[in-house]
Design a binder for this molecule. Sequence first.
Ligand SMILES: [Zn+2]
Length: 311
Amino acid sequence: MIRLRKWLRKKWKQLVGTVAYSLAQYEQNQSLRNEVHLFRLFLVTVLMVGLACGVVDEAYASSATWIYTDEPVAQQKGAERTTKQLAIVIDDFGNRMSGTDEMLSLPVKLTVAVMPFLQTTAKDAEQAHRLGHEVIVHMPMEPKHGRASWMGPGGILTSLSDQEIEQRVNKAIDAVPHAVGMNNHMGSKATGDKRVMRIVLKVCKERGLYYLDSKTNYHSIVAEVGKEVGVPVIQNHVFLDDEVSTAHISKQCKLIEQHLRDHAVCVTIGHVGTPGKKTAQVLGKFVPELMKQVNIVPISKLIERQQLQVQ
Ligand SMILES: [Zn+2]
């Protein structure tokens, strides 16, 4: 009887493994993602109801809960060997820029930065969310060089009053559905201004958003003010496509690997728009390679890790 029970348990684990593997495979197909997600929910609900009614043994139910995982299968295999984490952030969504669909259909969880008040702001944010990506507000902020009009609508200028900045940041958050964080579009001037950043980060705190400092200004004071205000701040390490050529973007991907050899986490930022299609193409090749070595996660996971280390 005990041997039979052991055998059944072994078979059960194999079955759960096969189901989880197949679901992860199906999930690679963008058009099936929602169905897979619903099916996972259905399976877990059945198991939990079974457990509550006493039909399913606790050991069976707990072994099956990992059916409900949102990590692609290649990542699960890599994840067993490493705790290193990489977040891939893609900026400048919100205007149906070139490469939008190519980026959103990459089989990996991206952090998608959507600009407020543009033609497809809500549409891009909704689509990204539906496909399982993390959404953040890509807040236009004043640069040191270039015209303020390049920022896009609703941008933060250092000449604005405290009240106006607060209002603009709140409106921008309202305009981007599902946003859980914020980063800056341009902003080499504004992110160096303590008064401005104190207000921006205060609103982030009130609205429960984290802040990703794109590091367009090497004298950025965002980390310092973030600490003061009590908002989790994380910084960018590698710009993927500051030069628009396949050779450069590929070189930057190698730089990510190098960075992760010496560090536990890495944040990289790419763009839709002029480099969009090229960057998506290089990532399409490079991401499966990276998944074997590190866990690719949204920024919120890096924030969780940071907060655990602080405690
Ligand atoms: Zn931008």
